[in-house]
Structure formats: structure tokens, C-alpha cells
Design a protein around this ligand. Structure first.
Ligand SMILES: Nc1ncnc2c1ncn2[C@@H]1O[C@H](COP(=O)(O)OP(=O)(O)OP(=O)(O)O)[C@@H](O)[C@H]1O
Length: 241
């Protein structure tokens, strides 16, 4: 097992529980979806996984090890997160070249020709290397963001609503790109989204979250998912109509 979330509970400032006894796993090379209504706790869970928020209870394991302070550098080398707001994630003063070099600064120096090859991988024109974020479209910014995350060759990426603010066609292109990266690199993906169609298309397994609790889980079989929980059923039936 690559990622194991064990019995995570969290509330903010002694308020109502935001995450309630969450168990979730992501296997090597697996694409796992996490869906649920707005406010159900998906982003909070992503932050707990990435050690950006501390849980009140429970633990997150990566490659069977609890992620302690000592393990964090190795964890961040192997697990990257991408957020919805691509603009906020990119320093407006930096060119795409600067943005792509930054995650690799502790590795061996990278050449422009390598970065250009990588731009082609995410289907971006190579002359964007010298562009500033303000000169990129929303879809291009999210591809740069994605490329920044995969340059360090992580085993897992956590995508938190990364297609929400893009138009349908670009959403599909990004989802197909994730599929290709998963196939080519056996890179596991935790895909958090309220876009049920995208999640059903992309994922091997889906967790459904409601008010801080995982209420159902289903594996893809014959290109579809079967849920037993009434809320999960209702959510996915609404998608089909
Ligand atoms: N830093 C915080 N302090 C207090 N409450 C918070 C904080 N962050 C999130 N919350 C609350 O936690 C709940 C879950 O929020 P979260 O962002 O995890 O949900 P979500 O499922 O990701 O929603 P969305 O799909 O809208 O992003 C919400 O009620 C939110 O108001």
C-alpha cells in the first residue's frame, strides 16, 4: 500500500467534527477518487494527508511508515499536491522556466532542452518556457502546475479540485493527461472532485464522503461503479439523469 489514512478525526477549534474516523487507501499506481458535496471535508482531508493540518486523532502512513517530521522530506519527494487555484500557486514574477526549475533545485541542474521535452509531455508549446503566468490561459497554468509536481517523479499526486475552474474541453484534456501519466509512470493519483463524470471516467476506485464521514466505496467494474449507501446512490443517479 502506498498511502494509508488510518482513523483520522479532525475538528477546528473544538467545533463540530470536520473529519470523522476516516480510513482511506491508495495503492501503487492506483487512481482513487474522493467525492462529496461542498463542505464535506475533502480539502481538509487532503491537507491532513499532506501534513498541512494536524489531525486530532489517527495517522497517515506512506509506504507503511507513519509520516513523522523525520520522514517528511522523503514524503514530499514522493507525494505532491495540486490545488484548484493554479494562478495562486504560480509566482507571477517568474517565467515558466523559473517555475519549472524550482522544484528541481536540489537535484542536478536541468537544461532548457529537458524542460522543453517536459513541456511537450504535458502538451504545452516549448516557447512558453519564457512566458510569465499572466501570459498563460487557465488550462495552461494548470498544466504548468501539474508539470511542476511531476518533475520530481512522485509516486503519488493529490489533485484537489484541479479541473473545477476550467471549461469542459480543457477539463477532459487534463483528465486524459492524468490518465497518460498514470499509465506511463505508474504514478498513483488521489483525485478529489465534485465532478462525478470526471471521477467515474478517470478513477479505478471511488470513496464517497458526506459530512466528514466516508459513507461508501466502490471499485470500477465493467466501466461502472456500484454503491450501496443511499446517499452515494442518490449522488451518482443524479449524474446519470
Ligand atoms: N481553517 C478552517 N477553520 C475553520 N473551519 C474550516 C477551516 N477549513 C475548513 N473549514 C470548514 O470545514 C468544513 C469542510 O471544508 P472543506 O474545505 O474540507 O470541504 P470540501 O469538501 O473540500 O468543500 P469544497 O468542495 O467546497 O472545497 C467546512 O464547513 C469549512 O467551513
Amino acid at each position: 500500500m502506498l498511502l494509508q489514512v488510518h482513523n483520522i478525526c479532525k475538528s477546528y477549534r473544538k467545533g463540530r467534527p470536520i473529519l470523522n474516523q476516516i480510513h482511506l487507501t491508495v495503492g501503487k499506481g492506483e487512481i482513487v477518487g474522493l467525492v462529496g458535496e461542498s463542505g464535506s471535508g475533502k480539502s481538509t482531508l487532503a491537507k491532513v494527508i499532506m501534513q498541512l493540518e494536524a489531525p486530532d486523532k489517527g495517522a497517515v502512513y506512506f509506504q507503511q511508515q507513519p509520516i513523522t517530521k523525520h520522514h517528511r522530506p522523503n514524503f514530499y519527494d514522493n507525494c505532491q499536491i495540486i490545488f484548484q487555484n493554479a494562478t495562486a500557486a504560480l509566482n507571477p514574477m517568474w517565467t515558466v522556466r523559473d517555475l519549472l526549475r524550482e522544484p528541481l533545485q536540489h537535484k542536478q541542474p536541468v537544461t532548457d532542452s529537458y524542460l522543453q521535452t517536459m513541456l511537450e509531455k504535458v502538451k504545452l508549446p516549448t516557447d512558453l518556457l519564457h512566458a510569465l503566468p499572466s501570459e498563460l490561459s487557465g488550462g495552461e497554468k494548470q498544466r504548468v502546475n501539474l508539470l511542476r509536481s511531476i518533475l520530481v517523479e512522485p509516486q503519488l499526486i493529490v489533485c484537489d479540485e484541479i479541473i473545477s475552474s476550467l471549461d469542459r474541453l480543457i477539463q477532459r484534456e487534463i483528465v486524459d493527461l492524468l490518465k497518460t501519466l498514470n499509465k506511463e509512470r505508474a504514478m498513483a493519483i488521489l483525485f478529489i472532485s465534485h465532478d462525478l463524470k470526471a471521477v467515474s471516467y478517470l478513477c479505478d476506485r471511488i470513496y464517497v464522503m458526506k459530512a466528514g464521514t466516508i459513507v461508501d466505496e466502490s471499485n470500477k467494474e465493467n466501466d461502472g461503479f456500484t454503491f450501496t449507501d443511499s446517499y452515494a446512490k442518490m449522488l451518482f443517479q443524479a449524474m446519470d439523469n
